[in-house]
Ligand binder design. Sequence first.
Ligand code: BGC
Length: 750
Amino acid sequence: MQRQYAFFILLLSILISCKPTMSQMSSIDDKVDQLLQKMTLEEKIGQMNQYSSFYDITGPAPKDGSAKTRYDQVKSGQVGSMLNVLGTEQIRKLQQIAVEESRLGIPLIFGYDVIHGYKTLTPIPLAETASWDLEAIEMSARNAAKEAAAAGINWTFAPMVDISRDARWGRVMEGAGEDTYLGCRVAEARVRGFQGDDLNSTSSIAATAKHFAGYGFAESGKDYNTADVGLSTLYNVILPPFKAAMDAGVRTFMNSFNELNGIPATGDVFLQRDILKGEWGFDGFVVSDWGSITEMQDHGYAANGREASKLAAIAGSDMDMESSLYVEHLKDLVESGDVDETLINDAARRILKVKYELGLFDDPYKYCDASREKSIIGNDEMLAGSLEMALKSIVLLKNENGVLPLAKSGKNIAVIGQLANDKNSPLGNWRGHVDANTAISVLEGLQSHSTNTYTYEQGVKLFDGEESFIRHINVNTTDDSGIDEAVAAAKGSDVVIMVLGEHGYMSGEGRSRANINLPGFQQELLERVHSVNENIILVLMNGRPLALDWADKNINTIVEAWHLGSRSGDAIAQVLFGDYNPSGKLPVTFPRDVNQVPLYYNYKNTGRPGPIEMVFWSHYSDQSNDPLYPFGYGLSYTTFEYSNLNVAESSDGLRVSVTLSNTGKYTGEEVVQCYIRDKFASVTRPVKELKGFKKLGLEAGESQEVVINLSKADLSFYNNQGKLIFEPGEFEIMVGGNSADVLVETIEMK
Ligand code: BGC
């Protein structure tokens, strides 16, 4: 035995001494080329095939027939990736089959929707964006990557970088809101966070920029609906966040379910080949959305599965998520000459390259360390990061009479609303692998951060029954019997905290709403409680802008708390008690009424902007053009004043400076926002466009000069040929604490 051991050591040392130095090692591209040469056509197509989990942890023999086929396909090298397989144990077992039982032993890449956390949840992405704190957003994505990577995941289908201007669209919650500039910066931060400095590290996972493209422009806000957008909007509004993600190094793209201008994005040569892989030179790979290749038949674009495969492969969809059409048809399509084999080589090369970059060829089990999984998931760092992000995401919408911050003792407080006592809903949608009912509720937060006396009343039930990712929430519209008890509790209390809004599963995929009011009987509850006690603090939980006209007119104190994740109640309590001074700003416009939608701050002026006395200008006769809360809006417990706006030409554009003064009583943070208007251009420009911002903290009474530099590129726009151009002329430069309230300077640019 000992001799065998000694021989083994000797062999190992010979091998180590023979190991090539770094300079001798071939580059990843060479390795991929060498591997490709060994691969059969079927094996290359196999890399392009992705299935959702079928593997059963109880044993390697799955129960139903299709699972058995898929399992055999992993063995025969016909599967390149899996999604929804979770945990180091399951992932290791499946990886073992690919690596040890398939001919070439090519590792699988394991993907999952890690959207705002894996097990410890941070706020939904829309809420995180409200922080305008790019470092915090990066940290949050980094933590999500650490947890997911510790659970065996190599790749997240995030960030969603779709711009959306339609509050009805359920997936507004998953993105960075309505603005392209902010969307670009957040996309970069999230990509950096997920991928880290080194993709090869065991705490990094590959990110995905999705959904390419136009998915957020679904007509009438209905999910999966047709998107019909002009070139100017495509180039200036929709595409830049994707480009920003790519420039930040994102390794994969996901295409989208929608058709864009008549072509399903999954089969769109213009988007994927011409722009993404051509003009932009993207060298990662594109995964289809779930079944989006087969859905091209329903779109009326492909007559059958074979044609759908052909169109998708030609358009540059490298990996087929869950429609299995590539494994069924691509070989035949190549052999019949309908699809050029070079396209298959290109797709397989891209996929293999990312696997190499992740280090999966060096160690296919590098993400499968059960002890790391145990020590990282849900640890103190994750929980602290979640709280920090939640605090920064809260937006103070109204605080008249200075009701907030609230005293921590001596108050008799009624807490009303089902959401106040809910530990599930605040986790939001796209909630990774979190355990249900693990959020800190508002009630728990209030109780643990203060000694006030709390009386909880549900009031009306907002929802009943199943809370599920795949089914609608059953909103109660029949039973308002709890209102009386809530009113009675409110009557005798010093303050009423009402937590109203949407269940976490009322926004997200497939959750478009035609109505964006407070659902169920909540409006009635609010009005009835208000009739007996006006001292109401309204805390909102929602995944999209809500139409809150009545509340804004009648309620003095309103806090936007979104779906804040695992530490929700702690964060809300800390803000209400003033332990944390809110600093969030809305990343989306809040309309007064759903009928104003799409409503966004960077609209075009039109030829008849008005207002004029006659009716002939662009407006409604029965509703204002103005939003309820504009983009970029949010208050603090302190107040800020802007003065001395100064705009001067610099070597590469403009130097914009302003004096920011904290004129209130508290230390606080402000997001200084800089907008431009290019007054006359060969393609008309919006009345305002965000082009820079800075978040900074000031003590009470302190003033500071804030400088924002705008480059020529910031003052440029994309023409209808997709070229970024700068046109000299008059520019308005605007600076303020939200998009509607700004100081303005005009400058002539040469
Ligand atoms: C969604 C994608 C998601 C995929 C995998 C689809 O329904 O549109 O965003 O990544 O499912 O779960």
